[in-house]
Design a protein around this ligand. Structure first.
Ligand SMILES: Cc1ncc(C[n+]2csc(CCOP(=O)(O)OP(=O)(O)O)c2C)c(N)n1
Ligand SMILES: CC(=O)[C@@H](O)[C@H](O)COP(=O)(O)O
Ligand SMILES: [Mg+2]
Length: 621
């Protein structure tokens, strides 16, 4: 079979509708080949996308995008949608600099109805779109595609409550693959399992109503009584479910790999003229044995070998070192417990989960970062020593909880803030560029920013044993920066390297690598610059301010937003000691950095060694 024969010749939009079921099966095969080929090179979200190929084809068979809107939750599973909406030719550029985003981006295509990247936002957005359509008399449909993992996020229930009440037409497709990247088998997972296995709810209802219709004279009456009866009676008869109690009709479960069944159910959903949940069962990783067998491992891949399934994974990383350190610490201190928000593997907590999960000291709360922060505060108030391991970008969800539930009463919780700074190919929705700014604004929060694994160990010691209140340790995606032995670098509250210059380059975290590189470039031109690396970035150690005051010129390198950043705090502290010299801050002006390798992003922000050295040369020498 010619590869991509159907896919390449598909007229868009609407070509999918004109294929017969056999051709649609072939199209799905071709889409899977495209996914496997491209992602083996580019990396990306393999298992999630393999699992929704038939669902995506069915959606594009029944709906007319962009007039009908499809809102993807998280959006990491939108690759087939992108192929079917005019971006097949550019698909090989996905997650690459200047290429397609790995998530829906309305700025990239009008067929992407709403931005995504953070979980559990889709029904809120879809509710807004559906309300706008209702208000403007637009009779087209809005569909939200939500995974079982995303369904553990609180925003979903806020939206169901609102959408069910407004009553506008809205179709929520629950893509239940029972295997989000979290093994958190919470009550929702059990609930869905009960629905997943029950006879098709819709079928039961249809069968009862059909049977009633056949009863002469009273049958129709009885059916009308039941249909119009209060939920209580229907609940009695049909055992209505969570979704119906929110005011949604519930259809399914439907086999998510059976396109005709999906098309029939989606058409039924369209006819209902009200909010409806269609429960779809899919297999995460469908069509690629390695991913089907271990969907969590193949959730997000950095490239892989198709034949062997071997994944390209870094040998060591801040996440793995953090995970190991925490296990050692927890063996000594039985008060320590760890929390993840459905990111056990990504945050390096798998070993901790294996060893301390049975002791009930590991908690995967699902995609619920707001809850995780306050849950940690409750644990601390109860005498435990909780650490919440979370990606910087997802911690943004818990900002108010850090203020309200942690900071005011100075609850001692540890935040292990992973993926802090520039993250690379996930792009705008996943950069970790706000955490240093927003954490340093909250009273009583101590923030460490290690650049090496030694720094990390020191910071964890301080966070658990010395800090009171909130102690955050923020570290980048990937590994530590290589350190020149001659530098005499060592962990602590700060590190100062003198080369006799009157200019000081101040930095923290991974940016210290660029500051060091700039110092070397300047030295090669006979220009001397000293280095100050802050390990603790908030509160800034007074000794660092006193030390910096002696310099004629200071250049601050910050891998984070300028407004409210550590550079601004440093400048403010200098102004209080009446610093007479000049200080410049090199920081991230626009934090919405699209997909690109981290080092390209450093250059784009002017934080790389060459740019820093040039800026210092011009400014201060
Ligand atoms: C607020 C937030 N927290 C965490 C994540 C990380 N994350 C990405 S996908 C995912 C699991 C999603 O599971 P599900 O919705 O079932 O989608 P599937 O991958 O199974 O298709 C998580 C936790 C996120 N994107 N957003
Ligand atoms: C879609 C999502 O939010 C996660 O899968 C995220 O992309 C993981 O990022 P890492 O690859 O840095 O673990
Ligand atoms: Mg899932």
């Amino acid at each position: 079979m010619a590869k991509y024969n159907l896919l390449n010749r598909l007229e868009l939009p609407g070509g999918v509708k004109r294929l017969n079921p056999e051709q649609q099966k072939i199209l799905c095969w071709e889409i899977r080949q495209k996914l496997l080929h491209t992602l083996s090179e580019n990396g990306g979200h393999l298992a999630s996308n393999l699992g929704v190929v038939e669902l995506t084809v069915a959606l594009h068979t029944v709906f007319d995008v962009p007039r009908d809107a499809i809102v993807w939750d998280v959006g990491h599973q939108c690759y087939a949608h992108k192929m079917l909406t005019g971006r097949l030719g550019a698909f090989s550029t996905i997650r690459r600099e200047g290429g397609l985003s790995g998530f829906p981006r309305p700025g990239e295509s009008g067929c992407d109805a709403f931005i995504a990247g953070h979980a559990s936002t889709s029904i809120s957005a879809a509710c807004g779109l559906a309300t706008a359509k209702a208000l403007s008399g637009d009779r087209h449909h809005v569909v939200a595609v939500v995974g079982d993992g995303a369904f553990t996020g609180g925003m979903i229930y806020e939206a169901l409550n609102n959408a069910g009440r407004t009553g506008n037409r809205l179709i929520v497709v629950l893509n239940d693959n029972d295997m989000s990247i979290s093994k958190s088998v919470g009550s929702l997972a059990r609930y869905l399992a009960s629905k997943r296995t029950s006879e098709g709810y819709l079928n039961l209802k249809n069968r009862v109503e059909d049977a009633l219709k056949k009863i002469p004279v009273v049958g129709r009456e009885l059916r009308d009584v039941i249909s119009d009866s209060k939920a209580a009676f229907r609940q009695l008869l049909y055992h209505s479910n969570l979704f119906e109690d929110f005011g949604f009709d519930y259809l399914g479960p439907v086999d998510g790999h059976d396109i005709p069944a999906l098309v029939q159910a989606l058409r039924r959903a369209k006819e209902l003229e009200k909010p409806v949940v269609l429960h779809v069962n899919t297999v995460k990783g469908k069509g690629y044995a390695f991913a089907e067998k271990n969907p969590a491992r193949y959730h997000g891949v950095g490239g892989f070998d198709r034949a062997s399934g071997r994944l390209k994974v870094p040998s060591e990383s801040f996440s793995s070192v953090f995970g190991r350190e925490l296990v050692l610490r927890a063996r000594r201190d039985h008060k320590i417990c760890a929390i993840t928000a459905a990111m056990e593997e990504g945050t390096g907590l798998s070993a901790f989960a294996a060893e301390f999960g049975p002791k009930n000291r590991f908690f995967d709360v699902g995609i619920a970062e707001e809850h995780a922060v306050t849950f940690a505060c409750g644990l601390a108030a109860g005498g435990m020593k909780p650490v919440f391991a979370v990606y910087s970008t997802f911690l943004q969800r818990g900002f108010d909880q850090i203020i309200h539930d942690a900071s005011i009463e100075r609850q001692h919780i540890v935040l292990a803030v992973d993926r802090a700074g520039i993250v690379g190919e996930d792009g705008e929705t996943h950069q970790g560029l706000f955490d240093a700014a927003f954490l340093s604004e909250i009273p009583g929060v101590t923030v460490y920013s290690p650049a090496t694994y030694g720094d990390l160990r020191y910071a964890l010691d301080q966070a658990f044993d010395c800090c009171d209140g909130v102690a955050a340790v923020r570290y980048p995606r990937g590994g530590e920066i290589p350190m020149d032995e001659r530098l005499g670098y060592r962990p602590g509250e700060w590190f100062h390297h003198r080369s006799g210059g009157q200019t000081l380059i101040v930095s923290y975290g991974r940016a210290f690598g660029e500051a060091y590189g700039a110092m070397e470039l300047l030295a090669s031109e006979g220009k001397k610059a000293d280095l100050l690396k802050l390990h603790r970035i908030s509160p800034i150690p007074d000794a660092c301010v006193q030390l910096a005051k002696k310099y004629r010129a200071i250049y601050f390198v910050e891998e984070g937003v300028r407004q409210g950043g550590i550079g601004e705090h440093f400048l403010d502290a200098l102004s209080r000691v009446r610093y007479r010299g000049r200080m410049t801050i090199g920081a991230v002006e626009n934090p919405f950095i699209p997909a690109m390798p981290a080092d390209s992003a450093f250059r784009r922000c002017g934080l790389d060694a060459q740019t820093v050295a040039r800026a210092i040369s011009v400014l201060y020498f």
